[in-house]
Write a protein that binds this ligand. Sequence first.
Ligand SMILES: *[C@@H]1O[C@H](CO)[C@@H](O)[C@H](O)[C@H]1NC(C)=O
Ligand SMILES: *[C@@H]1O[C@H](CO)[C@@H](O)[C@H](O)[C@H]1NC(C)=O
Length: 343
Amino acid sequence: MALKLQCCFFCICLVIFLSLGFWASQIEARVLAEMSMVDRHEQWMAQYGRVYKDAAEKEKRFLIFKNNVERIELFNRPGGNNYTLSINLFADLSDEEFKATRTGYRSLTGQRPSLNTEFRYNNVTDVPTSMDWREKGAVTPIKDQGSCGCCWAFTAVAAMEGITQLKTGNLISLSEQELVDCDNTNKGCNGGNIDKAFQFIVQNRGLTTESNYPYEEVDGTCSEEKAAEHAAMITGYEDVPSSNEQELLTAVANQPVSVAIDGSGHPFKYYSSGIFTGECGTNLDHAVTLIGYGVNEKGIKYWLVKNSWGTSWGENGYMRIQRDVAAKEGLCGLAMEPSYPTA
Ligand SMILES: *[C@@H]1O[C@H](CO)[C@@H](O)[C@H](O)[C@H]1NC(C)=O
Ligand SMILES: *[C@@H]1O[C@H](CO)[C@@H](O)[C@H](O)[C@H]1NC(C)=O
């Protein structure tokens, strides 16, 4: 009897001891995970040159960073995703901050201000199976809008650089800052519309070069003098018929095309490589340039996107996004408001 009791007592002690040990190791693992997250935040700060004004700001940024990292890692678990995410330069920004400073497209809700209603690629049926305007020398290196909501200026300029090269043979990097400072029909770092930017360029009789009027990442005063030194011009612009990826294909087969897109969703923001297949909506808040298209080895069709978030985002600044999706608006609404300049 005594032996039995003793044994039982021993058993209970053992169980308690083991469970204490278990909980301790759990807590320890969590503390370690948390510590390594702190280390990772420090490393990330060093990598992207981030400095916070005080400890409170750092704590706030750490919590955002941690949340984003956890979401990214959950997504990247092995299991046949078509694309991967990375803990990139946006990892310490909240969704609202990101949208306010890294995008900047303003849709005119239905009223697309066309100078004319022509769509010159209307009757084009013969298009190559793939296209990459970079290979034809019609695309300047990736630029970075930084913390200024002027994606609209970057895509208008990219499309204009494209048509200029196709018409003249010269690839000239043109000025976004001129649009940010001088185009009063748009709102500089507070957002703008691509078609209105094209209209401004037509009325201004051209744009100057990037080197003459370099990018400042802030709203500035228009330099009339520099704005008068035109390096390239366009004669107008045309809208691709809305929500029709077939029509969009004929346009992109012929020149780089500007598109509005829903670009502030979590997976879009942290896209790293592969073919982006969503999730995203059709709330057009960003603008990018379609500089080609193709089909991958698995048979998934894609558009080649030039973004303005620097080269550390995506595939060296570019994205491949799924083409010919079931929704007529295109993935992330990219087929809703495409347009291109004419020269
Ligand atoms: C990858 O893309 C294909 C083609 O759209 C789709 O059928 C598949 O579900 C995607 N895979 C994942 C994991 O989303
Ligand atoms: C397309 O074809 C139609 C019918 O032949 C013609 O009326 C129209 O002008 C053409 N459009 C363009 C942009 O060439």
